[in-house]
Design a binder for this molecule. Sequence first.
Ligand code: PMP
Length: 777
Amino acid sequence: MLALRTSPPSFGIAEGERIARDLYGLAVSVSALPGERDCNFRLRTADAREFVLKVQGVATDAESTDCLVSVLDHLAEQDPTLAVPRLFPTLRGDAVGRFNRDAIDYATCLVSFLPGQLMTTSSPSMGLLQGTGSILARLDRALQGFFHPSLTRRLAWDVRRIPELAEFCGYIAPGELREGVEQVCGALRACLPRLRGLRSQAIHGDCHAANLLVDTDAQSISGIIDFGDMIHAPLIFEPAVAMSELLTEAVAPLASVAAVLHGFAQGQAVQANEVELLYDIITARHAVTLLVHAWRRHHDLSGARVLDQAAVHSGRSLQQLLNADRGALTCTWHEAAGTSATAASAPARSAGHADLARRHRLMGAGAELFYERPLHLVRGSGVWLYDPQGRAYLDVYNNVPHVGHTHPTVVAAIQKQTAILATHTRYLHENILEYAEQLTARLPAHLNACIFVNSGSEANDVAWRMAQMATGHQGGLVMDTAYHGITDAVAALTPGVGRPHDPRVVMLKAPPAGVRIGDELSAAQQAAATQDADRAIAELRKRGFAPAAFYIDSGLTSSGIFDPPAAWAVAVTARVRAAGSLVVADEVQYGLGRPGSHFWGFERRGLEPDIVTLGKPVANGYPMGVVVANRALIEAFQAKFGFFSTFGGNAVAAAAGLAVLKVLDDEKLMANALSVGAYLIAQLEAVAARHECLGQVRGTGLLLGLEVRGRDLPTAQRHTKRIINALAAEFRILIGYEGPHADILKLRPPMPFRREHADLLVQAIDAAATAVDSDGA
Ligand code: PMP
């Protein structure tokens, strides 16, 4: 791809003088100018006229040379007073000069040398930044009618090439923001359809501070140079590149670059949908710099050196952008551009006390709310949630937005399908079949058919009816304080908060907290698991029931988040099956790659379920639940009861489900869960070791628990609530609690949770735990 490798032709000063004389009839003194792909000379005549001579290899750059002379001609015609280089012909009157050295053909062009100093040397005022935007708008007005075939060439600096560059992420060391770059690449990839829909034209495309000249008192732009990276692209790329480059060159701070957009909008009306994508374009340009630099470090060392400084600044500035509040930035940019924020970024009406009263009145005072100070959230993006003031909250709690809040691929899939057709499964439709195919392909062969519903509860309800039908039994076995949902039947399988004393349901003890998946289960522990299952089965029998189903949330979430070795589940399920029960793996919490090591939680547990139930994450927030079982079981159930769910498996839900699977693969989110989960466990263990109030770190992947301790249980519970509320109120990090004793911090973020997010979380927990330790109250 063009511009990955730097390969300027190399000519000495004497050669420069000779070319100037032979082709242009100029007697000049010559000095070298830097260039990525051309050899450039500054020429000065005895009468103090100055020029730039560009030499390019014909084999590699014939089209670029042609494009350059065409565009300079075009600009001279369209805007004769615009401060851009002007073209001078050769002695023979040609726009392009030609010569041959050592059997290689070269092309030259001679342009005026513009006065002024590079903007890199100044610390620009707001007026100068605005002036930058204005001149870019003027330039782009003049460029409107210009086209040249080489504007569509594959140029690494064009952020739309990110899908091709993303494979070089591996060249970036993890400590050098690799995850951040991967995140940006994923986000840009998801934006491509929207970028393709923007108005586009020829743009300069590379207005960084070394291509902008300022006058002597640095108050106004005196010229724009270097048209070698021109592309045909969305117009908004022009100010976006300038804003991005001024940031990465540390010429302007983040708070000031909006002035460039403001200036641009004065000369070219900017559109709201362009502003909505600015953050993605700007962060992507940073990512490109880091990727090109990383690639060059492996393939073109001298080319890498040119970018060393830019890469350092890009890393710093990208980190700043990733930590920044995207919503607030976008609102600022809307203001600068004179556009209105769309629903996605507009701050909403604030929820004050009145809204709480209104809620109580309309929903009942018992409608659950998180946090001492309830949060009003109006927007989400990736792992971030935003309140009406535009403040960002790091979401370390929600697994429904599995691939990230408002993931553009999922949003687009829902929007597209809902605009075409939204019907149910009583008609043929390819979406649901495609989804069922893709889902069952990821499951063991015997789990080969699906029933579609709208929630985890419904999925478990259907599974319960199926299990009772298949076994002729009516009892249920569940884990300690399990949660499986809200229907009448499933509330009975939810002894923690549902129906505590249903005679048909008995709880099994949680696995031993100390054992982790890699540990050997001791003979005593194995015997305890077996005995406990026997006890529960005997207890059911005493009450007149045999077990129809053993339900297990594969993350053992409500039981306290455990990650026992497979031998534990093997011991339990052997007994359960011997009693005639089916095994239902409830993947509502843990499925779809969250364990990191496996796509399904039951695989990690060593379970071989008869039925798998899915909910929350499958459609990223669009309601969908799935029951997956063997076709024979499903057909027997259909034959006996018939089954239809109006919304279950509708074409829109299926489109959302397909999009989730695609994003999981495209963005390698399971691998991310594995690496970030492991990193987070290590960091949390280090923090826990420093604090009296923190204990065991539990779980794996991106479902983790952190035990909170106190001198007694009520103290531990108080500490837990205090840490959670402090994180939300002081650090704007959202977590929850879990477990039979409500003393486990629950960490279950959307899957694009990266190391830098883990760092923010760990620092906050560290600080909150320090406060708890210091007064111990
Ligand atoms: N099973 C498990 C393990 C769950 O965590 C939940 C929801 N918390 C459910 C089932 C019920 O899902 P829903 O709320 O979609 O009905």
